[in-house]
Write a protein that binds this ligand. Structure first.
Ligand code: FES
Length: 81
């Protein structure tokens, strides 16, 4: 399915770019700008952004895998008297 008509980007292109970025750097934050850059293209009208975001977020490898060892522990606040 064509997602971006200005740049002829398909949903398959978006999923492939997200998967490639995640494989290259497991901690990277995937953004629409990075997807366009990875595909060697630039957004034009931006009309595709809602659908592009939807496809990007639904890609299986979109999320950054959580490492419980790196999640900071929060300490309770001390209240001043
Ligand atoms: S439809 Fe994607 S930039 Fe225009």
């Amino acid at each position: 399915m064509i997602v971006c008509h200005c740049q002829s980007i398909t949903d398959h292109d978006i999923r492939a770019a997200v998967t490639w970025m995640r494989a290259a750097d497991p901690d990277t934050i995937v953004t629409p700008g990075k997807i366009y850059h990875a595909l060697g293209k630039r957004a034009d009208c931006g009309g595709c952004m809602p659908l592009l975001l939807d496809v990007m977020r639904k890609t299986e490898s979109f999320g950054v895998p959580a490492d419980p060892a790196q999640v900071p522990r929060l300490r309770p606040m001390r209240l001043r008297a």
